[in-house]
Design a protein around this ligand. Structure first.
Ligand code: SF4
Length: 342
């Protein structure tokens, strides 16, 4: 079992104290005996402890900034939702392949935003604009929000906010098992709770600091029993020796653990491993001993967002992944839906 995240150091932006949640969090962290520092803006955090990049990076991932979200214009979030809803950025996990390493650059600390009502108001305006179409919001584009929510309960509030909405749906994904405080949230079936799963090899070698497969599955069972619509993201699908058996075992475990009713309304998303040249450089700097295979010559090049090419598996390998994993899913979860493969 991975312990629930406890930050080693807290930074507070002064404006955060104007919000009840900001005040509450500072009191809470003070009571927990965690060092609290003030910062005018998270952009000014420069003196994180550590003698070198390696230490600073690790310390940053144990640092939590209590701040205010200024930009209330939401990014789009295809293919899983219409918009990304920003409650937090950064993550305490250490997945070697994680794209946050490149997108967060020199600021890998975790930020939680306390102006939640303003974020909900912005979401309400987006919903209104599209009504009566349903608008889906993805809450885990820039963080693993469940990993920090046992401290903030922001996600719980969001689940209840969307539970009361007519045209809104919330989705998020996690690799953490700390879901207990979310089980009694009044979700009204409007939140799809997803777990990111992988086979034992990938979790063992590339996902340190996150919950193991069995723990994620146990948490998923609790979530299903609490009546949430459930989903799984198989990501990143990674081709290692004996990957077909590895993924077969993973789906088998899932089939054995999930109650029958949970298998009826189940979604799967499948994302193959990919990397960009800038990501490769950052990964090798942050995790120099990684076994992650990042050989461009073995991959197919594909146009990515912002014009940066990414390296994906060859067309034949992609077909093999789709067939193999698709068959496992159809065999064990015939009533489920595969939302996409990318
Ligand atoms: Fe990145 Fe998710 Fe791993 Fe966190 S749990 S490091 S967000 S891949």
């Amino acid at each position: 079992m991975v312990k629930p995240f406890v930050p080693q150091l807290i930074y507070v932006e002064p404006r955060a104290l104007e919000y009840p949640l900001g005040q509450k969090l500072v009191d809470k962290f003070w009571g927990m005996g965690i060092e609290i520092r003030e910062t005018t803006s998270h952009n000014h955090i420069r003196n994180l402890p550590g003698d070198n990049h390696f230490q600073k990076y690790r310390n940053a991932k144990s640092t939590l900034v209590v701040g205010v979200r200024k930009t209330l214009k939401f990014d789009t979030s295809k293919p899983s939702a219409e918009y990304a809803i920003p409650f937090a950025t950064g993550c305490m996990g250490h997945c070697h392949y994680c794209y946050l390493q490149t997108t967060m650059g020199s600021k890998p600390y975790i930020r939680t935003y306390v102006n939640t009502d303003e974020i909900f108001d912005a979401a309400a305006a987006y919903m209104e604009e599209r009504a009566p179409e349903i608008t889906r919001f993805e809450a885990s584009c820039t963080s693993d929000i469940v990993g920090v929510d046992h401290l903030t309960h922001t996600l719980k509030k969001a689940i209840e906010f969307f539970g009361r909405s007519v045209y809104g749906r919330l989705r998020f994904v996690t690799k953490f098992e700390h879901v207990d405080h979310l089980l009694d949230a009044e979700h009204n079936g409007r939140t799809r709770f997803r777990f990111s799963i992988n086979d034992d090899y990938v979790i063992k070698y590339f996902e340190p600091g996150t919950s193991r497969l069995n723990e994620r599955i146990n948490a998923a069972v609790k979530v299903a029993e609490a009546g949430y619509p459930l989903g799984f993201i198989v990501a990143p699908i990674y081709l290692h020796d004996d990957w077909k058996n590895g993924y077969h075992e993973m789906f088998e475990k899932l089939k054995d653990a999930l109650p029958r009713f949970a298998k009826r309304d189940l979604t799967f998303e499948m994302i193959q491993h990919r990397f960009t040249k800038p990501a490769k450089r950052v990964i090798q700097e942050n995790y120099p001993m990684t076994k992650l295979e990042l050989d461009e010559s073995k991959r197919k090049w594909k146009w990515g967002r912002y014009g940066i090419g990414k390296y994906v598996y060859t067309s034949e390998e992609q077909e093999d992944i789709k067939d193999t994993l698709g068959n496992y899913i159809h065999q064990y979860f015939p009533e489920s839906k595969i939302e996409y493969f990318t």
